[in-house]
Design a protein. Structure first.
Length: 203
């Protein structure tokens, strides 16, 4: 089976998931999705308080060896058991998710363009570009409402690691993108271009 791998990157709260969902809705298949966020390293040796202080926006926070192995397997038409990350405890859960091979694989993550081994496995690289203030507001809403965190903890993490790591890794990785998309999944013109390119790639 021919496989086309589409990478969706961008800063925190940029709209990566919105674009991914739009592609899932509009692509035939449907595509399979591999989320880089699920590949944070397991840290059972640390207490919850210690895990709270880990820099999760650093490239080394991810088990990229496992991620590359799984993405390579999917490209070879092999199913994988993706780990599942529990953000409420800052650690992997004991569950896994079966990800089946498909003609189109979507890979989503903030730092996927900053890791050369992942970049080499992507056929189409899309970067969702959104103003920093909009991204911050979305992150606050997500972390406080959906993940039950305090506003103070979100502020501390954003200023302490998220913003510096964005400037170190995410923004420079934009140059690796094939297409930079303002407004993500809400950009109708970009969506049409992407879907046409995907169709040519799997047609």
């Amino acid at each position: 089976m021919e496989t086309l791998v589409v990478g969706v990157a961008g800063g925190t709260g940029s709209g990566k998931t919105t674009l991914t969902r739009a592609l899932l809705d509009k692509c035939e298949g449907p595509p399979s999705v591999l989320y880089h966020d699920n590949y944070y390293r397991r840290r059972d040796e640390l207490t919850y308080e210690e895990r709270e202080k880990v820099n999760y926006d650093d490239l080394d926070a991810f088990d990229n060896d496992l991620f590359v192995d799984h993405l390579t397997a999917l490209r070879s038409s092999e199913a994988v058991e993706s780990p599942v990350y529990d953000f409420s405890i800052h650690n992997r859960s004991d569950d896994t998710t079966l990800v089946e091979p498909a003609p189109v694989i979507i890979v989503e993550g903030i730092l996927i363009f900053a890791e050369p081994r992942i970049c080499q496995l992507l056929d189409i690289k899309l970067f969702v570009d959104t103003d920093a203030d909009v991204r911050l507001l979305r992150r606050i809403k997500r972390d406080v409402v959906d993940r039950g965190r305090t506003l103070q903890s979100v502020e501390d993490q954003y200023l302490g690691t998220v913003k510096p790591m964005h400037e170190l890794y995410v923004e420079p990785s934009k140059r690796n993108a094939d297409l930079i998309i303002p407004d993500g999944g809400h950009n109708i013109v970009a969506m049409d271009m992407i879907l046409n390119r995907i169709q040519r790639g799997v047609g």
